[in-house]
Every structure is written in structure tokens, then in C-alpha cells.
Design a protein around this ligand. Structure first.
Ligand code: ZN
Length: 480
């Protein structure tokens, strides 16, 4: 009997200990949860009431404007970014040297359909593709041959293509709900079309604009020439003009097109990534990065692409400072140079990080427009992915539901080799490709509230990573 009582007591003690341990743990977890929820609310409240990103974007767009790599505007944007982050009193602000391509559009871009039977001469709005060679003052006149893809081009062969202007006219797939996916599916025409056409002896290329809209605005974007093929002039025309040209070609296959461009590639120039940092109290040598590209196309103000991401990234650090939040890890806002026509800044940042042995736990990029945030695209190991997904209850009240494997961003992609968890801000992209790389990308089409919500989403995720770390494959250890 004594033994039984003793045993019973022992069991009781164990049960009680276990009970209070679990209770203790869950109370601790609840406390942390409440603390995190409160901090995220403070971030949102601060940005939505005191946020400065929208006014900073106005300045960048209206006082500096389009800022293609190598341009005086890009240099002005570097100075602006540096001065702004210094004025905010970030712990460290520095410029990182990077050589960038210097492509210039030239003064004049004109084009017309020469001899349509129905309408005679028809003026067409064009834009040279980025990094393309120009026609020079003599222009380029030729018969047009339309294809939808490289397979059709190959089937036509040199016999039918040589001496002509190839017209790539495959629309973005309207049935894709993720417009980024539609952009990806249509993008080869612009990126590789000119060289593919040159392979069969074409003298020039016309590309249907990569746009989801039906309007009269041509959209530019980089083309990449193959080294071993002739570089032929390349332009984009609007979706409306592409439809018109296609219709006219059906009636009149001998239709001729004329265009004149004066763009050229000049020697590389020295430019900079701009970096601002709040130094971590516990792990100053470990970094969490938020960033975007500072350069933009020259046709407009680069408001959504990617001025929005630039001011959102700076706003993250401003907000932490305003809230008196002392990060455990070092947090950097990085404004990359030359995403649009080279990615030199993103590459250089990763090279320097490796050289200095800087451990980058996570990098977040905003480069899909300053629209309503939906969550994040996660490009990382499974353990990190699951850890971020475990924070869903903290993020869902802010309509951040998308926490899944997906694309992150071009500028941060070179950090992948170091095991950095790469994250892309996901937004509602339904309108992004209507204005992307066209004259429509101006400050007026950015919504203040949507812009700030994106920044608050980024800051919230930075805060959680800063608090709890991520499984870091670089050294196999969980960061803290
Ligand atoms: Zn961009």
C-alpha cells in the first residue's frame, strides 16, 4: 500500500510538472504572439498615418524622372537616395561602386506603314528596345513577315525571312490570372527575337508590346543580342498597332514598314548601388535586406517600376527607427542600379557580400509595382519556407494570404548562391503590365495607401525574421 501511494504521488508530481511546463510554454508562446501582433500593428499604424514613402516617390518621379543606367538622372537618383537615408539618420549609409552599361535612345524615333492598300501611309508609335542598335538617319525599309513564335520563324527559314523585317506578334495570354506568368511566357520575343530573326537573315525586328492592355502605347524592355549573330535594329509597337499591322498583312502580304531609331550603346560608366543600414544589436554581422532597383526606363518616371520599391524599402528602415525598434540583426535598404538593362548592381552587391563574408539571412525585393500586397513569393529551402508559413496567423489580418514558393526578384537573385532566403513582395498585378516599361508609368497612377501597405508588409516580415531567424543553409545552422 505504501509503495502504491508513493508511486501515485510520484505520478502526480510528474503530471503536475508536465502540466505546468506545457502551461508555461504556451503562456510564453502566447505572450510572444501577442507581442508580435502588437509590433506588426504598430508598423502598419505608423506607416498608414505617418508614412513618407508616397511623398518621397513624388519627388523621385517629378524632380528626377526616368533614370536609365548611365544617365544624369540615374546619377541624381543615387545622390537623392544617399541624402535621404542620411537625413533619416540610418546608422550607416554608403555607395557601392558598379560599372553599368550606358545605352542611349537618341533624339528621334519615327515609323510608318508605308503602302497599305486600304489606308496608304499610317504613322505608328514605336519605342526602340533597350540595348538595341539604331537604324541611323537613313532608317530601315522592308517587307514585313509576321510570326507568333520561334518555331514558326524556323519553319519559314532563311528563304522567306532574309532581307525582311520580322514581326513577332504573340500576345500576352489573357487567361493567365498571374500576369507575371503571362509576361514570362511572351517575353522571349523581346529578349531573343532580334537575334533569332538575324539568324535567318532578317534586317530588323518589330515586337508586339508585352502589355495586357489594348491601347496605343509601345512598351520597351531589354533585348539581348547573341554575340555570334548580326545585331539588327529592334522596336516595339503598341498592342493596337500590332493588331492593325497583322490585319493589314492578311490583305496585303507585300506590305512595307519604315522605321528610324538613333539609339546606341556607349562605353560603360561608373555608377552606384545605394545602401542604408540599421546595425543589429545582437548579430551586427548578419543581414536582412529589403531592396528595389533605382534605375528605370526612360519613357516615363519609373513610378511603379521601381520607384515604388525604392521608397518602400527606405520606409521600412525609417519606420523601425520611428518606432524605436532596435533590430537584432543588421537591416539594410539596398537600392540597386541597372536592373533594367544589365543587372550589374544586383551582381555587384552579391560579389561584395561574398568578398566581405557578410552573412545574408534573407533578402526581400519589391519589383512588381506599388499595388495592394497579397503576400510573398518564397524562394528558399523547405525549412525556411515552413517557418515563414508558420507566421501566417500574424500576417493574415493584413490580407497577406500568399506565402508560397514562387519568384522573388532579379536584383536579389545573385544572393541565392550564398544560401540567402529570397523573398519577393507579391501584389495584385492585374494592372502592372498595362503600364510597365511604357510612358504610362508615372507618379499619378500610384495609390498612396496601396504603396504604404506594401512597405508595411515588408517591414512586418523583416521584423519576424529578425526576431526568429531562418534555417540558413550557408553554414547549416539555424540563425537566431
Ligand atoms: Zn522593375
Amino acid at each position: 500500500m505504501t509503495i502504491t501511494i508513493k508511486k501515485y504521488c510520484c505520478l502526480l508530481t510528474t503530471t503536475f510538472t508536465l502540466f505546468f511546463t506545457i502551461l508555461g510554454c504556451s503562456t510564453y508562446a502566447q505572450q510572444k504572439n501577442t507581442r508580435d501582433a502588437q509590433m506588426i500593428k504598430r508598423i502598419y499604424d505608423e506607416m498608414l498615418t505617418q508614412g513618407e514613402a508616397y511623398e518621397k516617390l513624388r519627388y523621385l518621379c517629378k524632380n528626377i524622372g526616368g533614370r536609365l543606367s548611365g544617365s544624369p538622372q540615374a546619377a541624381a537618383a543615387v545622390t537623392w537616395g544617399q541624402q535621404l537615408m542620411e537625413a533619416y539618420g540610418f546608422d550607416t549609409v554608403f555607395l557601392q561602386e558598379v560599372m553599368v552599361p550606358h545605352w542611349v535612345r537618341g533624339e528621334k524615333e519615327v515609323a510608318h506603314i508605308v503602302n497599305s492598300r486600304k489606308h496608304g501611309k499610317i504613322e505608328v508609335n514605336i519605342t526602340a528596345l533597350g540595348n538595341a542598335v539604331g537604324t541611323g538617319p537613313e532608317g530601315l525599309l522592308g517587307q514585313v513577315i509576321e510570326v507568333k513564335n520561334f518555331k514558326e520563324l524556323m519553319a519559314l527559314g532563311r528563304e522567306k525571312v532574309a532581307g525582311k523585317i520580322v514581326f513577332f506578334n504573340r500576345p500576352m495570354d489573357q487567361t493567365q490570372i498571374q500576369t507575371g506568368a503571362a509576361y514570362g511566357l511572351a517575353g522571349d520575343q523581346r529578349r531573343n527575337g532580334p537575334s533569332q530573326a538575324a539568324k535567318y537573315g532578317a534586317i530588323g525586328t518589330i515586337v508586339r508590346s508585352l502589355s495586357t492592355a489594348f491601347d496605343d502605347y509601345p512598351h520597351t524592355g531589354t533585348t539581348v543580342y547573341a554575340d555570334d549573330l548580326p545585331k539588327i535594329p529592334a522596336i516595339a509597337i503598341s498592342t493596337n498597332d500590332a493588331d492593325l499591322l497583322s490585319d493589314l498583312l492578311k490583305e496585303d502580304p507585300a506590305l512595307q514598314f519604315y522605321f528610324e531609331t538613333h539609339c546606341e550603346m556607349l562605353p560603360d560608366v561608373l555608377s552606384y548601388n545605394v545602401v542604408g543600414e540599421l546595425t543589429g544589436a545582437t548579430y551586427p554581422d548578419e543581414y536582412i535586406v529589403v531592396g528595389a532597383h533605382l534605375d528605370s526606363w526612360d519613357l516615363a518616371e519609373g513610378a511603379h517600376d521601381d520607384g515604388a520599391g525604392v521608397v518602400q524599402s527606405i520606409e521600412v528602415l525609417r519606420t523601425f527607427k520611428a518606432l524605436g525598434y532596435q533590430p537584432r540583426h543588421s537591416i539594410r535598404a539596398v537600392l540597386y542600379m541597372n536592373e533594367e538593362n544589365g543587372l550589374a548592381g544586383g551582381r555587384q552587391y552579391a560579389v561584395q557580400a561574398a568578398k566581405k563574408n557578410e552573412k545574408h539571412i534573407a533578402a526581400i525585393e519589391s519589383d512588381i509595382g506599388g499595388f495592394t500586397p497579397r503576400g510573398f513569393g518564397l524562394e528558399m529551402n523547405e525549412a525556411s519556407l515552413q517557418k515563414i508559413q508558420s507566421w501566417a496567423p500574424l500576417l493574415q489580418p493584413y490580407d497577406l494570404h500568399k506565402l508560397e514558393a514562387g519568384e522573388s526578384g532579379a536584383d536579389i537573385s545573385p544572393l541565392k548562391a550564398q544560401g540567402t532566403a529570397l523573398i519577393g513582395l507579391s501584389v495584385d498585378t492585374q494592372r502592372y503590365f498595362d503600364m510597365h516599361h511604357s510612358a504610362l508609368d508615372v507618379f499619378e497612377i500610384v495609390n498612396r495607401r496601396e504603396l504604404l501597405l506594401g512597405s508595411a508588409a515588408m517591414a512586418s516580415l523583416v521584423y519576424l525574421i529578425d526576431q526568429y531567424g531562418l534555417p540558413y543553409p550557408g553554414n547549416g545552422k539555424q540563425t537566431e
